[in-house]
Design a protein around this ligand. Structure first.
Ligand code: ZN
Ligand code: ZN
Length: 334
């Protein structure tokens, strides 16, 4: 079968490889669409600590089940909850398998879905409704990240919120905030193409490289700062301003994965008694909620900026490394 394989730092290739083995309890999925995630960019760059070449990347995808399973019939349109939890450690046994002590993912720790077929545990399939396109189905994973970021940290409707970063995750968080009843939402981003996309989704966007964000936030919140500040950027320049943007007793949620340890002026957090909450991936429930809310918000689809045939794998990755390409979510069609 055709697959996009990671072969070593900065090296991917469209290869012909063997079909995946389908162990007892697994389902074979004929892949329709698979998205490139920030994690895949780290793998490509050779900087992901766990991914080992050769590897079929891809953990956000949709397709059709090829064999009958105890849960679903052959032909069901699905996406997949891609976590690999051990089931035995304390977090797993206490209902927190998404932060398993040895958490892995399909497409990172073992072969994933940038291929014509993928084998995954049958009980991790999530059916997608007939009216949902396959590309939207492949977007449910990042939407589940957003749902988790809100539900896991106690977001309450009526809160106001600032979101740093208008990549896939930032935009998914912003749209989910709106659906969950945020009173006021402001986005911060410096890339002009991403600013334009965020505005086309109906959001106010500030560009901290052009305007004084602290002043703008102060004016917008009567000098108080935001109830919730979501960091979907993960860079030093953002880390050092997070505590200026949040209100006294407010909450900062770190959704982004920091590649380098940031410095933060902790005294400012102390002065405001701010809480900082980290989140990781999603629960299966978040995925199911994502599948339901996406039907009510067609704007999620605008986050998908490029759909390329699998043969253009290199082009897909290049788009995301090029500044100003306007690429946000790039998907491959199989
Ligand atoms: Zn992802
Ligand atoms: Zn575990």
């Amino acid at each position: 079968m055709k697959a996009i394989q990671y072969l070593g730092a900065n090296k991917i290739e469209v290869c012909d490889i063997e079909m995946p083995k389908v162990p007892e309890g697994f389902a074979l999925v004929k892949v329709s669409h698979a998205g490139i995630c920030g994690t895949d960019l780290n793998i490509y760059a050779g900087t992901h600590p766990r991914a080992k070449a050769p590897l079929v990347m891809g953990h956000e995808f949709s397709g059709v089940v090829e064999n009958d399973t105890p849960y679903m019939k052959k032909g069901t349109r699905v996406t997949v909850y891609p976590l690999i939890s051990c089931g035995a450690c304390e977090p797993c046994r206490s209902g927190n398998g998404h932060v398993c002590n040895t958490l892995g993912l399909y497409g990172i720790d073992t072969d994933g879905a940038m291929a014509e077929y993928a084998a995954v545990p049958a009980d991790q399939l999530i059916a997608i409704p007939d009216e949902m396109s396959f590309q939207t189905g492949a977007l449910l994973e990042p939407i589940a990240v957003a749902v988790h970021a809100l539900r896991e940290t106690g977001f309450t409707s009526g809160d106001n919120a600032l979101v740093f970063g208008c990549g896939t995750i930032g935009l998914c968080v912003a749209l989910t905030l709106r659906l969950f009843g945020a009173r006021d939402i402001l986005l911060a981003e410096t890339d002009p193409a991403r600013i334009a996309l965020a505005k086309s989704l109906g959001f106010d966007v500030a560009d901290p490289s052009q305007e004084n964000l602290a002043e703008l936030v102060s004016n917008r919140t009567n000098g108080n700062g935001f109830d919730r500040v979501y960091d979907c950027a993960g860079v030093q320049a953002v880390a050092e301003t997070l505590l200026d943007m949040v209100r006294v007793k407010g909450q900062i949620v770190i959704v982004a994965s920091y590649k380098k340890p940031p410095a933060m002026p902790f005294f400012k957090g102390m002065a405001k008694e701010v809480s900082i909450h980290f989140v990781r991936v999603y629960r299966k429930k978040d995925f199911e909620i994502a599948a339901q809310i996406v039907v009510r918000e067609p704007l999620f689809d605008k986050i998908i900026t490029h759909i390329l045939p699998a043969d253009k794998a290199q082009e897909g990755f290049d788009l995301l490394f090029q500044k100003g390409s306007g690429a946000v979510k790039v998907m491959f069609a199989f």
